[in-house]
Ligand binder design. Structure first.
Ligand SMILES: Cc1cc2nc3c(=O)[nH]c(=O)nc-3n(C[C@H](O)[C@H](O)[C@H](O)COP(=O)(O)OP(=O)(O)OC[C@H]3O[C@@H](n4cnc5c(N)ncnc54)[C@H](O)[C@@H]3O)c2cc1C
Length: 490
């Protein structure tokens, strides 16, 4: 278990205390650090947990990770997959390729969660931040206007930290969520899943060379995705009470559900486990000075590779809002928009992944054949696979209910290909080419970009969503009026 190299005394006062240094807490800490927000990040574990859990980083998450300086290094250590496929044994039913997506990362990056967390920890350290390892949140009291958090250190001594805001990034069994009394309704399906990371022999590798492949055979679902190197991730629903799969069990799954001829295909099993999923969304993502993010706020089937990616977006949504409120750019009410924007995204995601899991796991052979025929028809219908790719890539997440009338809508994503970002600055995109001596930077929280074919000026939030269109073309005026462009009234 790699340990965080930095050991720093726990401060007794901070602006933001983050409980949990999984991918969500680490992303939030790196963002806050980049924005210069004073914070403390604690985790009860001694180091990053080994193993792969989340194996796919989606384009939208990579776009945000680019903003905090993690994207480039992570991409180098991952495997770029073209997208995902649905198969019935050797027959391709549907192929959703990311190649045509409007993003600097038109691929699904396959990298273990451990690798992603290692990059986040490294970047946090480079920015001067740290993880207080072996520090466990044991309780807290909300004392207006903040929170007093009790933390147990590695020596067993309890310390109090007063903080303006507390963010629970402490996973699905979140103590923060339970202690603040936020409900976590949903369901826990009985289905048991087996997971194994294995080295496959060359013959079996060829069948899954395009990326994550869902085999929907009559014998049940099998998901195979390449990780970095020659390592492969296999996930399959198995009968209750099954032990973690060994090489023989993995070969059996491949032979019955995977590509024809996929027998005798396992070189070595690296890790194996079984798990159950839950489908739940927190009723509130904010209660006064306490916030929930990542798995603490939502959990669902890993089919579709969305959980960690959604936690990263939660962190991206919250970081700039905390900064804006703590620095007086925005009123406290901006923090309510975190729940308003992110909770519906999580609810939709839980519904989508639940539906997908149930459709993929159809036990009745006749229903399975009808499903497969429908998938083939869907794949042949123009626009469907592109829509599916954009949905799983999380590029179509939007914080607006306004219909798309072909004009820029506040709350929709602005592609970084069209308007290149500058870290976690707001971005003022001006039509045309550089003129009137307006430089790209040097405007405090605002960066300026010139975009030749832009029909109107755009103001882009630090998390990559449109704040407003048709704003003044003067950085000073935009900064003066930035309060008008916050998503408060939407
Ligand atoms: C088999 C499997 C495959 C998956 N595949 C994918 C995928 O491909 N793509 C994807 O996006 N997602 C995937 N996921 C989901 C993904 O792993 C989670 O969504 C992700 O780990 C959530 O990150 P998090 O930081 O919110 O929570 P966690 O990763 O659960 O981190 C929570 C942290 O909080 C700490 N903590 C808890 N309590 C306390 C406390 N009291 N005090 C201090 N620290 C505390 C824990 O030690 C932990 O480090 C998969 C999950 C599984 C199980």
């Amino acid at each position: 278990m790699p340990k965080s190299p930095a050991i720093t005394a726990l401060p007794c006062r901070t602006d933001v205390l983050i409980s949990g240094a999984g991918p969500t807490g680490l992303t939030l800490a790196a963002g806050l650090r980049r924005l210069g927000v004073d914070h403390v990040l604690i985790d009860r574990n001694a180091g990053i947990q080994p193993g792969s859990k989340a194996a796919a980083v989606q384009p939208r998450a990579l776009e945000y990770l680019d903003r905090i300086g993690v994207g480039t290094g992570l991409v180098k250590d991952g495997h770029k997959a073209r997208g995902f496929c649905l198969h019935d044994r050797d027959r391709t039913l549907l192929r959703a390729c990311y190649d045509r997506l409007d993003t600097p990362h038109p691929y699904m990056l396959l990298a273990s969660q451990q690798t992603t967390e290692e990059h986040l920890v490294r970047q946090l350290a480079e920015l001067g931040g740290t993880v207080h390892r072996e520090h466990r949140l044991v309780g807290f009291a909300v004392d207006f206007p903040g929170v007093t958090v009790t933390v147990a250190g590695p020596d067993g001594v309890l310390r109090a930290v007063t903080t303006r805001y507390l963010v629970g990034c402490d996973g699905v069994h979140s103590q923060v969520r339970d202690a603040v009394g936020i409900g976590f309704p949903g369901q826990a399906p009985e289905q048991l899943f087996a997971l194994a990371d294995v080295y496959l022999k060359p013959g079996a590798r060829a069948a899954v060379s395009e990326g994550a492949t869902f085999f929907l055979s009559g014998a049940g679902l099998l998901l195979v995705s390449p990780l970095a190197g020659d390592l492969y991730r296999l996930v399959a629903p198995v009968s209750s009470g099954s032990p973690p799969p060994d090489a023989k069990a993995v070969e059996h799954l491949l032979a019955r559900r995977g590509p024809v001829g996929g027998t005798g295909s396992v070189d070595r099993v690296v890790t194996a486990s079984t798990y159950r999923t839950q489908e739940r969304v927190a009723e509130q993502f904010r209660s006064g000075p306490v916030f929930l993010a990542g798995d603490a706020a939502h959990t669902h089937s890993p089919a579709g590779a969305q959980g960690m990616n959604t936690g990263i977006q939660d962190a991206g949504n919250l970081a700039w809002k905390l900064h804006a409120v703590l620095t007086g750019i925005a009123p406290e009410a901006l923090l309510d928009t975190y729940h308003r924007e992110r909770q519906p995204v999580a609810a939709q995601l839980v519904a989508l992944t639940g539906q997908f899991s149930r459709i993929a796991a159809l036990a009745d052979p006749a229903a399975g054949r009808r499903r497969n025929a429908l998938l083939v028809a869907a794949a042949a219908t123009e626009g469907i696979t592109d829509w599916l790719a954009a949905t799983l890539a999380q590029l179509d997440v939007a914080y607006t209910s306004e219909p798309d009338l072909g004009v820029p809508r506040p709350g929709t994503r602005v592609s970084p290909v069209a308007v290149p970002p500058d870290g976690l600055h707001w971005t003022l995109a001006l039509p045309g080419t550089p003129r009137r001596g307006i430089t790209a930077s040097g405007h405090g929280v605002l960066a300026v970009r010139y975009v030749p074919d832009l029909p109107t000026t755009l103001l882009v939030r630090p998390d990559g969503y449109l704040a407003a269109a048709g704003v003044p073309d003067s950085p000073a005026k935009v900064i003066d009026r930035i309060g008008e462009y916050l998503p408060l009234a939407q």
